[in-house]
Design a protein around this ligand. Structure first.
Ligand SMILES: [Zn+2]
Length: 313
């Protein structure tokens, strides 16, 4: 049993976006919900490790100086969060959106911490993060900074891991990582996603499985085949599992309607990924990525609970 917790979280993840004038009721803090349900099930609080802010030096391993500088401008954030008129109340009393920077840096630090814990203990999870759409020079699709790419570059720079596999099963293609690691043989990007969903213009991952609605009935088979194919050609020191809950049938984002998996199907998927790499003793760090509305925590709750069981916590 690991001496320290393998979960990474901070109460500061639970940002109150209304203080910034943002009205996006579906963007809920799933980490706290998962911890609350784990507490209910166990009768005692589940410990977690608190992350540090990701350093600016680490951010610069992926993002351009020009883009990082532009984040001092709140209108840049407004675009990244796709805030329509009724979702944003720009008032004098509101905190400027640019002051969300430290919150996001903390969540990025959480992904790096989870990756470090996974290398030590085999399994770990950041109870948040997974901003796989962010490009080096611009944020998009709710993703400001690409925590996954930054964590990978930071680990590689310090010689903690060389070959890293990203298993991205979010509803949306992991296009930011596909672009960032396109010509990099040390990072294998696997993305199983909806071909019909956003983004319309997909990037090229090392292995893409873009599913059309009629293929979703065989979702699990597609996932298992893709993971097996990735492992045929790539030997990872570490896996980053982007376990988005937006393929779940109770996800409320209109754009995710093309994949509607039951809770049992989502649980089967997450158990398969965690077990596959735990059985092979390949370290795996999980991040939450996409998932919207009051029910998606159920998916992450099962995945985290299963991970804790496998880690002997
Ligand atoms: Zn998504």
């Amino acid at each position: 049993m690991p001496k320290e917790s393998v979960l990474v979280y901070s109460p500061r993840y639970n940002t109150d976006l209304s203080l910034f004038g943002v009205n996006k009721p579906f963007a809920l803090d799933r980490g706290q919900m998962v911890l609350d349900r784990l507490l209910e099930g166990r009768g005692q609080p589940v410990p977690y490790v608190e992350p540090d802010l990701i350093s600016l030096d680490d951010l610069r391993l992926v993002h351009t100086d020009k883009y990082l500088e532009s984040l001092k401008d709140s209108s840049v954030w407004q675009k990244i969060f796709e805030l329509r008129h009724k979702e944003f109340f720009a008032g004098e009393k509101n905190i400027p959106l640019s002051e969300l920077m430290d919150d996001i840096r903390l969540k990025c630090g959480g992904t790096l911490k989870a990756a470090e814990l996974a290398l030590k203990h085999g399994l770990a999870s950041n109870l948040g993060g997974g901003y796989h759409h962010a490009f080096p020079d611009r944020g998009r699709g709710f993703c400001v900074l690409n925590d996954i790419a930054v964590a990978i570059r930071s680990l590689q720079k310090r010689g903690l891991a060389k070959n890293i596999l990203i298993v991205d099963l979010d509803f949306h293609q992991g296009d930011g990582n596909a672009l960032i690691f396109k010509n990099d043989p040390t990072v294998f990007t696997l993305s199983v996603h909806s071909e019909e969903g956003w983004p319309e213009e997909k990037q090229q991952s090392s292995l893409d499985v873009g599913l059309y609605s009629h293929q979703v009935k065989d979702y699990q088979q597609h996932v298992e085949e893709a993971v097996s194919k990735a492992l045929d050609s790539f030997k990872p020191d570490l896996v980053i599992y982007v376990g988005g809950s937006d393929p779940y049938e109770l996800d409320v984002l209109e754009g995710t309607k093309f994949i509607q998996l039951s809770l049992a199907e989502m649980n089967k998927r997450d158990k398969f990924v965690i077990d596959t790499f735990a059985d092979k003793q390949i370290p795996l760090a999980m991040v939450f990525a996409g998932g919207y509305g009051p029910h998606v925590w159920e998916v992450h709750h099962f995945a985290v609970k299963h991970m804790l069981n496998r880690a002997g916590c």
